[in-house]
Design a protein around this ligand. Structure first.
Ligand SMILES: Nc1ncnc2c1ncn2[C@@H]1O[C@H](COP(=O)(O)OP(=O)(O)OP(=O)(O)O)[C@@H](O)[C@H]1O
Ligand SMILES: [Mg+2]
Length: 396
């Protein structure tokens, strides 16, 4: 009974998404005719298909992950939609689901409806002088016709018992179209192994960086403070009138050391993230950027500290690069959450031609992001625009 119920819900909600699929096919056809519409409509179509992924997950109990969301600036989306095999599979799913989802969903709703009608017809036909029409168009106006409801109900029950098989068939096809292909799973496994190694390496590099900063900056300054205090002590014994100046110098040096230490702490987890959250902290970065920068952010809520820090540092570095190298007139930052992924895009209309080999900033972003099993992509053709896309799993 539970299985029949689950199949009924799966197929009936499938009828709703099949109707949405018909609509999506219409929009898709329009977007193919008027091509510039495609990057605008594609993310919405992806959302409709993602709803089917959730439906499939609920029915099978196996998580069906969504491909990375199609967001970001128009040009970037255009490149992705045209090159992306996931979008093609989504399109094929829409067509088959529009047809079979409508058929299977109508069966799933129609059979129980007709089944409920049979006892009602059997027991109440005589109350109406002209008889009652049953769901198969037969006018029931005599007992022999009314008794036909019994075999009809039996046949309908037998069909109802087969609904789980129909739902399983539909789910099997859905899994084939909507789940990541096996090759991509194997690739994913290789990536996980590689990112684990990268995580260990990045962790080691981060420790070394902190150690170097503490050693070269803070520790040196503290050594200076100790020396100056020694000088002040000696001056106090030999020439007390000059001791105050020596003490003040030591105090200044201690202040510097403290500032240095604060910088090291900020580079581990910027306190602004604690105070304002990721969207607030990035809003502050965008406001400080010398190139006019527009931020578009979903309400993100709190994310794991490491994810917030990686996203923050990526945007900070990208905006510094925009100001330093791009010659751009405008920059855009977008932050979006889709399921279990945070997507951060920094886009500028500058001269492009960014080359990771020429500095350490972009490489640093890649390392930090890879350590969290995320992905950073840079697109920067000569003449621009430059788009940095960072996708980070948020572990929800
Ligand atoms: N938004 C951009 N527009 C144009 N060129 C860029 C942009 N971002 C980076 N670049 C180019 O790519 C190179 C590498 O950038 P990267 O951030 O790795 O190094 P950097 O900024 O030069 O030095 P740092 O190590 O201090 O970050 C830069 O030297 C610059 O020439
Ligand atoms: Mg840089």
């Amino acid at each position: 009974m539970k299985r029949i119920w689950a199949a009924l819900i799966y197929l009936a909600t499938g009828l709703l998404t099949a109707i949405a699929s018909w609509l999506a096919i219409g929009i898709l056809l329009l977007s193919v005719v008027i091509l510039p519409l495609l990057p605008i409509t594609a993310p919405h179509i992806r959302r409709i298909v993602d709803f089917d992924r959730q439906r499939l997950t609920r029915y099978t109990g196996d998580r069906t992950p969504s491909p990375p969301p199609l967001d970001g600036p128009w040009l970037h989306r255009a490149q992705r939609v045209l090159a992306d095999p996931d979008s093609r599979r989504d399109g094929l799913w829409l067509i088959t689901h529009a047809l079979f989802g409508t058929l299977f969903g109508s069966i799933a709703i129609g059979i129980p409806g007709a089944l409920v009608q049979q006892p009602i017809v059997l027991l109440t036909w005589w109350a109406s002088p002209a008889g009652i029409e049953n769901s198969f168009g037969l006018r029931v106006d005599s007992w022999p016709k009314a008794l036909l409801s019994v075999p009809i109900a039996i046949v309908l029950t037998l069909i109802l018992l087969q609904l789980p098989k129909l739902a399983d068939l539909d789910a099997k096809w859905a899994k084939k179209m909507l789940a990541p292909p096996k090759a991509s799973l194997e690739k994913r496994l290789a990536e996980v192994v590689a990112t684990r190694a990268a995580a260990l390496q990045a962790h080691g590099a981060e420790l070394r960086r902190i150690e170097r900063n503490l050693h070269d900056g803070t520790q040196n300054k503290l050594v200076g403070v100790v020396m100056m205090l020694g000088i002040a002590e000696r001056t106090l014994k030999q020439n007390p009138d000059n001791a105050l100046a020596a003490l003040l110098r030591a105090q200044d040096a201690a202040g510097d050391a403290l500032e240095e230490l604060r910088n090291v702490v900020r580079s581990i987890h910027p306190p602004v993230l604690e105070d304002l959250g990721l969207d607030g902290a990035i809003q502050a970065l965008a406001a400080r950027c010398p190139v006019p920068c527009v931020l578009q952010a979903d309400h993100l809520g709190r994310l794991p500290a490491a994810v917030e820090a990686a996203a923050y540092f990526a945007v900070a570095e990208a905006l510094t690069n925009v100001a330093k190298h791009s010659g751009a007139r405008h920059a855009w930052v977008s932050l979006g959450i889709n399921g279990d992924q945070l997507t951060v895009i920094v886009h500028d209309d500058g001269k492009g031609g960014a080359d990771e080999k020429r500095g350490t900033g972009l490489d640093g972003i890649r390392g930090r992001v890879a350590a969290l099993d995320g992905n950073a992509e840079m697109s920067s053709p000569e003449g621009g625009p430059t788009v940095l896309t960072v996708v980070l799993p948020v572990g929800r």
